[in-house]
Design a protein around this ligand. Structure first.
Ligand code: URA
Ligand code: CA
Length: 433
């Protein structure tokens, strides 16, 4: 097989065979096909698209390009959850103990964040002492005893995706539905879960800008999951404004604890219940979504989920005093109120730009090498659709620096106050196999 023939075939709009796709992925991972040829192929895929069979073959080839995790030593149906990206998305911290409380084992491998705000690992590490590096044996044992563990992704999971993603990033080929779908699903399949719940987000800064594209991505991933024998479903959720109230690592842990204490913001809790119900049903701990939701509500109200969160933090070396007294997490040196410039109704709070405003304070990374400051971030007091009065505080900025001019400028430009009534929609659609 010659790479140049494969590029030509895709360039001309023909479907590649499974053998051709395997050839590309194996040899690219091994270093025997150069970046420039794969770049050309990626651009051809970008323009010519791929069939379901091609996307499935690509996903399988990437999933098996490195280590695959065997979770069969964990009893029960392991259900994973993945979001395509959000600002202030604290759901995993709440869902993991809450779903575990319903009897579904949560064996989760998470990533760090780049840009915007931190990833789940960065948030957990905001709890002093918390360790995200466990051996595979420790990880499996913890899930069997506690029903929950969240650790960092192992070094060699889907290495083909790592290489391809880096190449896509510098060749303007990230925004391709077959490439995004195969990238996400290859990692989920390699990570060993039996069932997968996907949260496909829509918004200006999200991968998917509109409902039509989001549906196509969701349907593609659900189909790949099915063909790979993993029960998969997707919800399409709104990410045009930040989720919940807190954006920033310690602040989001604080928010998660508040949620587990029954004091969470409405939108964040709704997303938790929608995703959680699907996880409990896929984990076969409930026959239907309504019963699942009731189980989740009860395990939150009776304190079981919070108790499991505390045990989970303790098991991974975290200092549980921060869970018992979450105010200890609020350590930023300065707090600034950001006030409404006029009276009206909030039309927009552009999620990704507010994420950048938090990143500039140190809550996220501009480059992989940047160090996150867990203490800093933003807490919203108002959300889209709320009425505000000139001079009223819209949000509090938690900072470890006095100069926050750039953050304030971004907030000013991206929080739009107007006259129209706005009714935000959180869940746009649900896609099942
Ligand atoms: N997330 C991924 O893991 N891969 C993509 O291609 C896009 C989002
Ligand atoms: Ca949040």
């Amino acid at each position: 097989m010659r790479m140049v023939d494969i590029i030509e075939k895709k360039r001309d709009g023909q479907a590649l065979s499974t053998a051709e796709i395997q050839f590309v992925i194996e040899n690219y991972t091994a270093g025997s096909i150069p970046d420039y040829q794969v770049s050309a192929l990626l651009m051809a895929i970008f323009y010519q698209d791929m069939t379901d069979d091609e996307i499935t073959a690509l996903t399988q080839a990437m999933a098996t390009s490195g280590e695959t995790i065997d979770l069969s030593a964990i009893e029960g149906i392991k259900v994973d959850k993945h979001s395509t990206g959000g600002v202030g998305d604290t759901t995993t911290l709440i869902l993991a103990p809450l779903v575990a409380a319903c009897g579904v084992p949560v064996a989760k491998m998470s990533g760090r964040g780049l840009g915007h705000t931190g990833g789940t690992l960065d948030k957990l590490e905001a709890i002093p002492g918390f360790k995200v590096e466990l051996s595979k044996e420790e990880f499996i044992q913890q899930v069997n005893t506690l029903k929950v563990s969240v650790i960092g992704q192992s070094g060699n999971l889907a290495p083909a995706d790592k290489k391809l993603y880096a190449l896509r990033d510098v060749t303007a080929t990230v925004d391709s539905i077959p490439l995004i779908a195969s990238s996400i699903m290859s990692k989920k399949i390699a990570a060993g879960a039996d069932a997968i719940v996907l949260d496909v987000t829509i918004g200006e800064g999200a991968f998917m800008k509109n409902l039509e594209d989001a549906k196509r991505l969701a349907k593609t991933m659900v189909r790949i999951g099915k063909l790979a024998n993993r029960a998969t479903m997707a919800i399409i959720s709104d990410m045009s404004e930040p989720l919940g109230e807190a954006i920033g690592n310690s602040l989001e842990v604080y928010e998660a604890i508040q949620c587990l204490q029954g004091k969470g913001p409405k939108d964040l809790m709704e997303l938790v219940y929608v995703l959680g119900s699907q996880m409990v049903v896929l984990g076969q701990k409930s026959p239907d979504l309504a019963t699942a939701r009731q189980m989740l509500t009860e395990n939150l109200a009776n304190g079981t989920a919070l108790k499991i969160f505390k045990e989970f933090v303790a098991a991974q070396g975290g200092d549980v005093r921060y869970v018992e007294e979450p105010e200890k997490l609020l350590t930023a040196q300065y707090q600034f109120e950001f006030k409404a410039a006029k009276t009206g109704i909030i039309q927009k709070m552009v999620a990704n730009e507010i994420g950048v405003a938090a990143m500039l304070l140190g809550a996220g990374r501009k480059t992989k090498e940047d160090v996150i400051d867990p203490a800093v971030g933003i807490v919203l007091h108002k959300k889209v659709g709320d009425t505000v009065t000139a001079g009223e505080s819209l949000l509090t900025i938690y900072a470890n620096q006095e100069n926050i001019a750039e953050t304030e400028r971004l907030l000013f430009e991206n929080i739009i106050i107007g006259k129209d009534a706005v009714e935000p929609v959180l869940i746009h659609d649900i896609i099942t196999a």
